[in-house]
Design a protein around this ligand. Structure first.
Ligand SMILES: [Zn+2]
Ligand SMILES: [Zn+2]
Length: 365
């Protein structure tokens, strides 16, 4: 056994692909700021696409990961999973992409491809999915490194086509915030005649408002900030409810088909369950650290449901990008330089961003 293991290890080292250096921003530990460094990427294998990263969105998960708030971060850590770039090389077996194509990479860079989830195009639920950062790289055996970098190499099945009419910087957040909100709206078949609530106007919430409106629903935004009323309407909400006002909330009791809850802070979910019609559903896409207390009675009355949703699979992510191309739909962004990332994190913690930071990766080259 022992000898066999040594032989296997040798075989692994010998089969390790040749690597090249790329610039990146990484953090060496949970309390350290991110700073410039050099990382290794594999040279493209036969089925790989090499991408020069042009833009990378800044997701709240990046901050959780950089600071080890989910307790699985390995350092040095390179966050970033809202990647838009240009193809610079392709392996000999690549058929879907050519040099010069504008492409996107989201939260996943690989999966097992054989389990029922993968065979259903729901790779986000594959028990062996490889996340863009925070997983183990199948080729190198080292932690995967995300999009705060000048370059990345990804197997072609996990590379997405970006419609040419979309602004590439404003399209970057579609790869996580976009698909996270698009997928549940599609899963619950939202369309004309539906009354849809969106809880929270941040990176996720502002995309949910845009998508729900584009699907033809009547959209009601819930926010705790009266200062966000005008912006909510500008983004497409038909009504904006200040959720701290009981009279405003009560006026909508029992009237919603669907409510997308994008809040990751502690909040009263029962208040939203009570706003659903019979068989209506509240879907969580934010992840509060502590469990949310759920009252049974509002669920029993009207057979209402609480569910959850996680990004989307590769086929649906491509469908979402194509939908955005047809509707010229992108994120509202604030473009930053790579060296502004640490202050951007501090502003993100104060919800001081409209509505997504995107890093201009030209600032790192
Ligand atoms: Zn994300
Ligand atoms: Zn799988």
């Amino acid at each position: 056994m022992r000898i066999a293991r040594i032989v296997d290890r040798t075989a692994f080292i010998m089969s390790k692909p040749v690597c090249y250096s790329a610039k990146a921003f990484a953090t060496p530990g949970a309390t350290a700021p991110l700073a410039a460094t050099t990382i290794e990427r594999r040279q493209p294998t036969a089925t790989d696409v090499q991408i020069e990263i042009l833009y990378c969105g800044v997701c709240h998960s990046d901050l959780h990961f950089a600071r080890n708030e989910w307790h699985f971060t390995q350092y040095p850590a390179v966050p970033g999973h809202e990647i838009v770039g240009r193809v610079t090389a392709v392996g000999g077996g690549v058929t879907k992409f050519k040099v010069g194509d504008t492409v996107g990479i989201g939260c996943l860079v690989d999966s097992c491809r054989t389990c029922p989830e993968c065979r259903s195009g729901l790779e986000q639920f594959c028990p062996q999915m490889t996340m863009t950062y925070g997983s183990v790289d199948k080729h190198l055996g080292t932690p995967t490194l995300g999009g705060y970098s000048t370059s990345i190499v990804v197997t072609e099945e996990f590379v997405l086509r970006l419609p040419a009419n979309l602004n590439p910087a404003a399209a970057a957040p579609l790869l996580c915030a976009g698909i996270t909100t698009y997928s549940p709206l599609r899963r619950w078949k939202i369309g004309p005649g539906h009354k849809v609530g969106v809880v929270g106007l941040g990176g996720l919430g502002h995309m949910a408002v845009k998508f729900a409106k584009a699907f033809g629903a009547h959209v009601v935004l819930f926010t705790t900030s009266p200062g966000k009323i005008a912006d909510g309407k500008r983004l497409g909400a038909d009504e904006v409810v200040v959720s701290t006002q009981p009279a405003q909330m009560g006026a909508h009791a029992g009237s919603f088909d669907f409510i997308l809850d994008a809040v990751s802070a502690p909040h009263d979910i029962n208040a939203y369950v009570s706003l659903l019609k019979r068989d209506g559903t509240v879907v969580l896409v934010g992840a509060p650290e502590q469990p949310l207390p759920v009252a049974a009675f509002p669920l029993l009355m009207g057979r209402r449901a609480i569910s959850g949703s996680l990004i989307g699979g590769l086929p649906e992510t491509q469908e979402m990008l194509d939908f955005c191309g047809r509707h010229n739909l992108t994120s509202d962004i604030e473009l930053i330089r790579m060296d502004q990332i640490n202050s951007a994190y501090e502003r993100m913690l104060k919800s001081d961003v409209k509505y997504r930071f995107v890093i201009d990766m030209a600032s790192l080259r």
